[in-house]
Design a protein around this ligand. Structure first.
Ligand code: ADP
Length: 403
């Protein structure tokens, strides 16, 4: 089954085409990125394994035009990988927010679209873009089945005492203000992958998954279900991130707004775009720059990375308490898969939990699945690569097949 996976942002769209023979037998046919949609000049990047990258600039007025160019490239005689659009069996979309409507991935019909629309208020930058992608496919390929895979749905198993904020209850009733959590596709995928990797039964396990990238979140996965996660109502809560502050006292927000005379959108930009590793280090939001800055004696870069390491350690400890034990924790995402310093420092002092970390293996490994704990370690520590597009393709295949 050939699946087109789409991840539409407000001015960009990422795509992958996967040939899914089964859940575990698949191949990537092509992938790419369309950027600056709606700007004067757009950029299209298209990549087919073992072929040279193709890149072109042309105006891309909207998402329909962007997807239409992607479809043209996919069926082009020289650039393409498909003989015609009829080869595509289904389209899977990454959708940012499913609110309390979606507990799992779903076939897209009028009711699903209406509910995704209702969640736009909760993810004003992302859900409208996801809907543009869905509508563009409806107009370009009206017969094709489409599936939505949500960043939030894996976390819908959290108990109310973990997802509620202690503000007047009426705001939950009126606006649905609560913790939702994000990166759900990745947390679910790496929890299962890590269990398969070490031979653990996910249905009888206490796992902490650490997705560490530009945006980072940590999830407590008990018996395969998310019971708590560090991101909240928005992806701003939790760990120190590239440019997001992570958790802070809400009192800081009102204090700063008054002192600096800031509007809500200025506060929003400050906490989402100017904070985190960038805000503290004053050099970069990129962990590679932070590491090299800290290595060459920049005190602010060293402080920024220490804040992240400390935050990861605290979440691992608190989620072990939340689950009443810990069998394994998992690193993934750009930082989790590649930064041996982060992995080592995040594990520092966790021996009391039964963590014995193999520093040599850790330092020698980057970007692949690896067991980082020693054979005597009570708690297993692993790094595994994530693959959100594969999850979207799998869910799409399963939903379309079962219809
Ligand atoms: P996103 O959240 O945008 O998907 P990624 O998961 O790709 O981001 O993660 C990006 C982060 O991973 C950046 O901070 C980058 O510096 C970090 N990263 C990538 N490779 C390395 C590396 N070799 N060492 C340290 N950090 C790395």
């Amino acid at each position: 089954m050939i699946i087109l996976v789409l991840n539409c942002g407000s001015s960009s769209l990422k795509y992958q085409v996967l040939d899914m023979k089964s859940e575990n037998d698949y191949s990537l046919l092509a992938k790419g990125l369309v950027e600056r949609i709606g700007g004067t000049m757009g950029i299209l990047n298209h990549q087919v394994p073992d072929r040279e990258k193709y890149s072109v600039e042309k105006p891309v007025p909207d998402h329909t035009a962007g997807i239409s160019y992607v479809l043209e490239m996919l069926t082009d005689k020289k650039l393409g990988v498909l003989s015609s659009l009829k080869d595509i069996d289904a389209v899977g979309h990454r959708v940012a927010h499913g609110g309390e409507y979606f507990f799992r991935s779903t076939a897209i019909d009028d009711k699903a679209i209406a509910n995704i629309e209702k969640c736009c208020e909760l993810a004003p930058l992302h859900n409208p873009a996801n809907l543009l992608g869905i509508r563009a496919v409806q107009s370009l390929m009206p017969e094709i089945p489409q599936v939505a895979v949500f960043d939030t749905s894996f976390h819908q198993t959290m108990p109310d005492y973990a997802y509620m904020y202690a503000i007047p209850y009426e705001y939950y009733q009126k606006y649905k203000i609560r913790r939702y959590g994000f990166h759900g596709t990745s947390h679910k995928f790496v929890a299962q992958k890590a269990c398969d990797f070490v031979g653990m039964d996910i249905n009888n396990s206490k796992i902490v998954t650490c997705h560490l990238g530009n945006g980072s979140s940590i999830t407590a996965v008990k018996n395969g279900r998310s019971i708590d996660t560090s991101m909240g109502f928005t992806p701003m809560e939790g760990l120190v991130m590239g440019t997001r502050s992570g958790t802070l006292d809400a009192g800081v927000v009102t204090f700063l707004a008054e002192k600096e005379n800031l509007t809500t959108s200025e506060i929003n930009a400050l906490l989402n775009k100017k904070s985190g590793l960038l805000g503290i280090s004053q050099i970069s939001s990129d962990m590679r720059d932070i590491e090299s800055g800290a290595g060459s004696g920049n005190a602010n870069a060293a402080l920024a990375q220490e804040m992240l390491f400390y935050g990861i350690r605290k979440y691992i400890g608190s989620y072990a308490a939340a689950m009443g034990g810990l069998d394994m924790f998992v690193f993934t995402g750009g930082i989790g898969e590649n930064s041996s310093v982060t992995r080592e420092q995040a594990c520092e002092g966790l021996e009391f939990l039964g963590v014995h970390f193999d520093k040599d293996i850790n330092r020698a490994t980057r970007g692949k699945d690896v067991l980082l704990s020693t054979s005597s370690s009570k708690v297993k520590v692993v790094a595994v690569t994530t693959n959100e597009e594969l999850v979207i393709a799998r869910d799409t295949m399963n939903i379309v097949k079962n219809k």
